[in-house]
Ligand binder design. Structure first.
Ligand SMILES: NC(=O)C1=CN([C@@H]2O[C@H](COP(=O)(O)OP(=O)(O)OC[C@H]3O[C@@H](n4cnc5c(N)ncnc54)[C@H](O)[C@@H]3O)[C@@H](O)[C@H]2O)C=CC1
Ligand SMILES: O=C1O[C@H](CO)[C@@H](O)[C@@H]1O
Length: 313
């Protein structure tokens, strides 16, 4: 069996494929992006795309989806699509979602996330995405409350057919506690940086208790995939005779988490990921590695005040 076949049930009752195709794409790889996504959907058997307005790849995804739908190679219901509202659109998540749907050429997404619990100044089109003052500091929207975006997302979820579920990203347990106290929809997911260097044990426990599915972003540690070099990951790869990436993917899928690896390498994508049955002891050892050697790889400056641990290490 492939890890790509594993599904996880959301608190809405819908199923989310445990492995999603990460769609951050740097300019130098943009020309490969459509071929990579096509390979992922057709030959790699990916059924889940993780995107965001901020990534600038939604129009490319829309072109691929239209081509595959029109040729009959794929049906809308075969795939799970997530998009996100960026902090510069905090006042108008509906407009952000409508822009994403337009570019994706879809009528609905399966999951709509609040990308960050933050609000930036921005015009009605969410631009600039990261507004800065003359000194280069990010311009946060004064007096804005990140929960106001979530409250508007609840209205979209309840009153439109544009998304089947809503969730959050980059929320801490403290922020989730406030959200649960002040609003009446439990996020379906919380998408956060999570991998053997950052196991986020407390956050994972909190989400489990509240039936919020955890989605692991930057599972390989981002550019250059540093997590594949962790000695314990390499050791387990050798033991199970699989590539190191399969150990990381199964570390999440087996624990009931979604995992979102990114690759624009067609040959790699076609290989997919074998399902590996790691033992409870090995899963705990992978967590313990991160407790002993914590490292966060995505250190965006706008996150400085969020109270994240191991920020900038
Ligand atoms: N919600 C959020 O704030 C965030 C969400 N994300 C989501 O998570 C996805 C994945 O995270 P990323 O930071 O993009 O990166 P990642 O942790 O998936 O690592 C990508 C790097 O690993 C390399 N790689 C992939 N497969 C490999 C293999 N088999 N062997 C060797 N190297 C390999 C790629 O070439 C690239 O350099 C994003 O594309 C996006 O969809 C990412 C960052 C933040
Ligand atoms: O989702 C995201 O991707 C970028 C780059 O990794 C990050 O800033 C953002 O949260």
């Amino acid at each position: 069996m492939s890890a790509l076949d594993i599904d996880i049930t959301l608190n809405t009752g819908a199923k989310i494929p445990a492995v999603g195709f990460g769609t951050v794409c740097f300019d130098e790889f943009k020309s490969q992006f459509k071929d990579a996504l096509k390979a992922a959907l057709l030959e790699g058997h990916y059924r889940h795309i993780d995107t965001a307005w901020y990534y600038g790849t939604e129009a490319l995804i829309g072109e691929v989806l239209q081509e595959l739908f029109e040729s009959g190679k794929l049906k809308r219901e075969d795939i799970f699509v997530t998009t996100k509202v960026w902090p510069s659109f905090w006042k108008d998540p509906l407009k952000s979602l409508e822009k994403s749907l337009h570019d994706l050429r879809l009528d609905y997404v399966d999951l709509f996330l609040q990308h960050w619990p933050l609000a930036f100044e921005g015009d009605e089109n969410g631009l600039p995405a990261v507004p800065k003052d003359a000194e280069g500091n990010v311009k946060f929207a004064k007096g804005a409350d990140y929960l106001s975006t979530w409250k508007k997302m609840i209205l979209i979820y309840k009153n439109t057919t544009k998304t089947r579920a809503i969730g959050v990203s980059n929320y801490t347990p403290k922020m989730l506690t406030r959200l649960l106290k002040e609003t009446d929809v439990v996020p379906a997911t919380n998408q956060v940086e999570l991998h053997p260097h950052l196991p986020q044990v407390e956050l994972v426990k909190f989400c489990k208790e509240h039936k919020i599915v955890v989605e692991a972003f930057s599972p390989l540690g981002g550019n250059g995939a540093p997590n594949l070099k962790i000695p314990l990951v390499q050791q387990l790869a050798k033991k199970y005779n699989v590539p190191a990436v399969d150990i990381i993917v199964n570390y999440h899928a087996q624990a009931g988490r979604v995992v979102l690896p990114r690759s624009q390498n067609v040959e790699r994508i076609k290989k997919g990921f074998s399902e590996v049955k790691l033992t409870e002891k090995e899963l705990a050892e992978l967590d313990q590695f991160g407790i002993d050697h914590p490292k966060r790889f995505i250190n965006d400056v706008w996150g400085n005040d969020l109270g994240f641990e191991h920020w900038g290490q």
